[in-house]
Ligand binder design. Structure first.
Ligand code: NAG
Length: 263
């Protein structure tokens, strides 16, 4: 009797867990960034093997070694760059249909720069980044992972993937006593940002506007206050809060780390 009772309650438990898994799991997954379809495009490279030319790109990440991106980076054509909203997004790129392809499945890069159009060159002959082309101008070390650099340009398949970041968001401050400009780095999940708010210890949430690249600004006097940030992902619309990111004696030119991040 007891055994049957235990068996029944076990069945009930398993059934309830199954129902919870079925109901809850998709809602959890819905907020997460899902990889996109593989799409055909082309890739070139810029700079040399030191990747020094990739530093200080249009996303405003500055030194990519210091800020964790290293050499696994690419400049996106304006079609993909989306006015800087694509800064921090991650892509798997594989070389296809070329004898210059290396025998590797793919490499993963983060968008850290804009590849601007060059209207004096045709889009199929040098003006690779001209709209409406989707194009990846990779760092030379990243390009050399998937293809022989002498090829110059290779066909690729690419897809957007979640950004796997160790540790949390990083906030790099610029500005003055009336204006706070914040570069957001090391963004996980979709990697991108749609909206951002700042809260001083004596203010409510203040909406920040997009400045350029991965930077957001608030015209407010926040000196002497502990600062928290609220961030909404561009792709998944998920919002997270990073509390007490910077102490009350925060300063321009400094970078603050947090534990908060998108998954
Ligand atoms: C654009 O293309 C022209 C013609 O090839 C070249 O001379 C020029 O340097 C290019 N401009 C930039 C900004 O790369």
């Amino acid at each position: 009797m007891t055994a049957i009772h235990q068996y029944c309650s076990l069945l009930v438990t398993i059934t309830i867990q199954l129902i919870i898994t079925i109901i809850v799991k998709p809602t959890l997954v819905a907020g997460r960034f899902q990889p996109s379809q593989w799409t055909l495009a082309h890739a070139t490279f810029y700079g040399d093997e030191t990747a020094s030319a990739t530093m200080g790109g249009a996303c405003g990440y500055g030194n990519l070694f210091v800020n964790g991106y290293g050499t696994d980076t690419a400049a996106l054509s304006s079609t993909l760059f989306n006015n800087g909203y694509a800064c921090g997004t991650c892509y798997q790129i594989k070389c296809v249909q070329s004898s210059a392809c290396n025998n590797v499945p793919y490499t993963t890069v983060t968008a850290t720069n804009l590849c601007p159009p060059n209207w004096s060159e045709a889009s199929d002959n040098g003006g690779w980044c001209n709209p409406p082309r989707s194009h990846f101008d990779m760092s030379k070390p990243a390009f050399m992972k998937i293809a022989q650099w002498k090829a110059g340009i290779v066909p690729i398949m690419y897809r957007r993937v979640p950004c796997a970041r160790s540790a949390g968001l990083r906030f790099s401050f610029q500005g003055n006593r009336y204006w706070l400009l914040v570069y957001v780095m090391n963004v996980g999940g979709g990697g991108d940002i749609a909206n951002m708010w700042v809260k001083g210890s004596r203010t409510g949430w203040i909406s920040m506007s997009h400045n350029w690249g991965a930077s957001y600004q608030a015209f407010a006097t926040l000196r002497g206050q502990t600062l928290s940030f609220k961030i909404t992902s561009y792709t998944t619309k998920e919002t997270i809060v990073a509390w007490n990111v910077a102490p009350s004696n925060w300063g321009a030119g400094l970078t603050y780390s947090t534990h908060a991040n998108f998954l």
